[in-house]
Design a protein around this ligand. Structure first.
Ligand SMILES: [Zn+2]
Ligand SMILES: [Zn+2]
Length: 181
């Protein structure tokens, strides 16, 4: 599988590189690269009343930025806060199954919770959410195992509790899905 990581708006390149490395570690036989250009955050995705960006509106537009590159998946990474209509926020969203996924670093930052900057922790959390969303693009749904990366994170505690890898059951599905990519 070939994944390209696309920065949507200004994003810390060191964190993006950490996500790139993490994805390669978890998904076997996968090439992951960082797209050299960043995509401008679409202004019309902004909801003034909520002070957040509509995730699906950005998600639907990231594939076209990279489609000429011969890649299988695109993972958008943004620093803006994302939402979908029935939830207060989302850590990310993906086409399930599909080619595009996006994650937001906004609520993965320790500063968001009043703690000081911890880039190592930010990378760790970002890799978990990145693997989770790419897992959705392969067609995987949420898993009941709280340690599995496909467990749904309702809060940052859920993210911190789960691991960056798939449980045995999900891992078997990923191996099957990767054969069809
Ligand atoms: Zn999910
Ligand atoms: Zn699982």
């Amino acid at each position: 599988m070939r994944i390209v990581v696309l920065r949507v708006g200004c994003v810390d390149l060191e964190v993006v590189r950490g996500i790139q490395v993490g994805l390669c570690e978890v998904f076997s036989d996968t090439i992951c690269e960082v797209f050299e250009q960043m995509m401008v955050v679409p202004r019309d995705a902004y909801n003034v009343a909520r002070g957040q960006f509509l995730s699906s509106s950005i998600l639907s537009r990231i594939w076209e930025c990279v489609e000429s590159r011969g890649v299988d998946r695109v993972l958008g990474v943004t620093d803006v806060d994302l939402y979908v209509p029935r939830l207060n926020f989302v850590f990310g969203e993906a086409e399930c199954p599909g080619r595009a996924a996006i994650i937001s670093l906004c609520r993965l930052r320790s500063e968001f919770y009043g703690d000081s900057l911890d880039r190592g922790l930010l990378v760790e959390r970002s890799v978990k959410e990145a693997v989770h969303e790419v897992g959705h693009t392969l067609g995987l749904v949420h898993c009941h195992d709280p340690l599995c990366v496909m467990f749904f994170s309702n809060s940052i505690d859920d993210t911190d509790c789960k691991r960056s890898v798939f449980c045995e059951k999900c891992d078997r599905l990923v191996i099957e899905c990767l054969k069809r990519v």
